[in-house]
Design a protein around this ligand. Structure first.
Ligand code: M6R
Length: 610
């Protein structure tokens, strides 16, 4: 959730850390701080609010030194304020923490009883106290102190720790939250995400669950869960840092919405044979026998990824003829699910680090059920731990609101349901060719739908005045209604609901009056007539209808205040197109309201805490 960065061995440690925090600001942005070891002492600067506030402070008071740590915060314990900003320093120990300590209350109480002076309301400061205590009172070595403290922490942590009496040393450890080391010449850069490291080096190693790294001058040593040393070789990655530029767009989100056709094409590319128009998912071939006999699919995810899973439910049941159940990860993990042993659990996550989704994966594995991850971030925790892996290939997604990852999840779910259908013998070659051809044609249809950007840019001033938005759809467009409502809440901070259109008469109809916008997703599919009846009911109550439907649908156009045309496509392709207007609506309304679209309040891109 928070972003952490460390640097050891570079004269420009402060700027490496601040640049890293800039790249990680999407992970948290309510306060930030840096601590640098000057060789004699640790100096620290922290600021409430966005990173720019810290940068301004640092122009007046720069911190010399070659060893340092930095943090950009998403508050869990304690308000977003300077005193709660990291790094936390206790005695000579200074640390940054990403995660959440669940036995915070108990630890805090014990420390207070022992006479500790607490300077913040955070869980993270308590860790600094515990380490300091072990070093100063129990005379433990730096790494020994970490070894006895970490088992006392319940919850999640990735930590970077420095000590004033050890000017060339740093400890890095994690029990799950992401942590990567970059190796360049004689220096090390550490961060929660590759984005902070790739401008300096492509030579990296992941620090994985319960691993610790001890850096001393230009040497480093990895330790496993039992603090037994082992060797981990760095690997070379082929990333380019220009992926994180806005490329002329005003916002990352807008750029990412416009990148969707290309992202979708890239998500399909590795898995289709263009010549034969067939689905060929090579990484799943070794699991053919298992897939052929599969009886049940579960999809587990959070937020937007969960909504792509809801579309997946229709795909698996209609295309693969396999029963599919979709769950919100934070519910799945605690409801003691009775999993059919002959089933597959698919975990969808852009970041691959979402704590609840990761816990769901581990639960499924513990129950002996096979797992498949659909992630955008290669080598993320989900990607590493799942039995089968598929990549979204969406490219880096910076905007907190997920857009292109959603499209790519849909495209992989289409492919997996087609692949499964083939293995089960329920997809003939003609239908397979048709499925592949229609997926391949989708990016260009998406290009045409993107032209509705102009409408929303102009209409936003008017749309922002509605008291709320009700999004409705049926079938595969019901999850799109949910996604539209989530996006508007997340970005415009307006009341919005997503509903299956047929459910409206069971309650939400009471919300409708002239101040309520009704976004109706009504493509010409099997349920079209029913959707139109639902629309007429809403209109009769004064609802202001914004509709999304087939380009030549004059009836829908007549019934609507505003009509956004979509090309006529198959039912399974519709969500790729109908999601674009709802994304653009949220973007432009939020922008017209003056909100920070890329970094909406209270949210973070990667939710590595419960
Ligand atoms: O990285 P993940 O896909 O696991 O993230 C899941 C949700 O946190 C995420 O989709 C969230 O709902 C987005 N901010 C929505 O735009």
């Amino acid at each position: 959730m928070c972003g952490i960065v460390g640097c050891l061995g570079r004269e420009d440690a402060q700027s490496v850390i601040v640049n890293g925090l800039k790249a990680l600001e999407y992970r948290g942005y309510d306060s930030a701080g840096v601590a640098i070891h000057s060789g004699q002492k640790i100096n620290r600067v922290r600021a409430e609010g966005k990173l720019i506030n810290l940068q301004e402070k640092l122009t007046e008071q720069s911190l010399p030194g070659q060893l340092g740590i930095g943090h950009t915060r998403w508050a869990t314990h304690g308000a977003p304020s300077e005193k709660n900003a990291h790094p936390h320093t206790v005695g000579g120990v200074s640390l940054v923490h990403n995660g959440i300590i669940e036995n915070y209350a108990e630890l805090r109480e014990n420390l207070i009883a022992q006479g500790a002076q607490l300077n913040s309301d955070t869980d993270s400061e308590l860790i600094a106290h515990l380490i300091h205590h072990e070093i100063s009172k129990n005379k433990l070595d730096f790494i020994e102190a970490l070894k006895v403290v970490t088992p006392r922490l319940r919850g999640a942590y990735a930590l970077l720790v420095m000590s004033e009496d050890r000017p060339g040393e740093m400890l890095a450890t994690t029990n799950g939250p992401p942590l990567v080391v970059g190796f360049s010449e004689d220096s090390f850069i550490l961060a929660s995400d590759l984005l902070a490291i790739v401008p300096y080096t492509k030579n990296i190693a992941y620090v994985t669950e319960y691993e610790t790294v001890h850096f001393q001058e230009n040497k480093y040593q990895f330790y496993d869960k039992n603090f037994t040393s082992f060797i981990k070789e760095p690997q070379q990655i082929n990333w380019t840092d220009d992926l994180v530029e806005k490329a002329g767009y005003s916002h990352f989100m807008l750029k990412e919405i416009f990148e969707q056709p290309r992202s979708m094409a890239k998500s399909l590319e590795p898995h289709i044979n263009v010549e034969n128009q067939s689905i060929e998912i090579k990484s799943l071939e070794p699991h053919s026998e298992f897939l052929q006999n599969l009886e049940q699919v579960y999809i587990v995810a959070c937020g937007t990824s969960y909504y792509s899973g809801l579309v997946g439910e229709y795909l698996f049941e209609k295309i693969s003829k396999v029963s599919c159940k979709v769950d919100i990860a934070s519910e799945f993990r605690y409801r003691e699910p009775k999993l059919n042993p002959n089933s597959l659990v698919i975990l969808i996550s852009q970041s691959g680090e979402t704590a609840d989704t990761l816990a769901a994966l581990r639960l499924a594995k513990k129950s002996g059920v096979k797992t498949m991850s659909i992630c955008n971030v290669e080598h993320s925790s989900l990607d590493r731990e799942a039995d089968m892996q598929l990549y979204m290939n969406a490219g880096v997604e910076i905007g907190v609101a997920s857009t292109k990852a959603f499209i790519c999840s849909l495209s992989l779910l289409n492919l997996v349901s087609g692949f499964l259908a083939k293995k089960k013998g329920v997809l003939n070659i003609v239908d397979e060719n048709h499925l592949v051809a229609s997926l391949m044609a989708t990016p260009s249809h998406m290009e045409s739908v993107l032209t509705c950007d102009k409408f929303f840019a102009e209409a936003a001033e008017h749309l922002k005045k509605y008291k709320g938005f009700l999004y409705m759809g049926r079938g595969v467009n019901f999850p799109i209604a949910l996604e539209g409502a989530l996006k508007l809440k997340e970005l415009a901070y307006m009341h919005a609901e997503g509903y299956p259109a047929g459910e409206m008469k069971h309650g939400p109809l009471a919300l409708i009056d002239e101040e309520m916008a009704v976004v109706m997703i009504a493509p010409k599919d099997d349920l079209y007539e029913k959707t139109i009846s639902n629309l007429e009911t809403a209109k009769a109550r004064g609802g202001q209808i914004i509709s999304v439907g087939a380009v030549n649908d004059n009836k829908l156009k007549e019934l609507s205040l505003n009509f956004l045309p979509l090309p006529e496509v198959d039912w399974n392709i519709n969500p790729f197109l109908s999601v674009i207007p709802v994304q653009l609506l949220s973007f432009h309304v939020a922008n017209a309201l003056g909100h920070d679209v890329d970094q909406p309040r209270n949210l973070a891109k990667s939710v590595t805490v419960e």
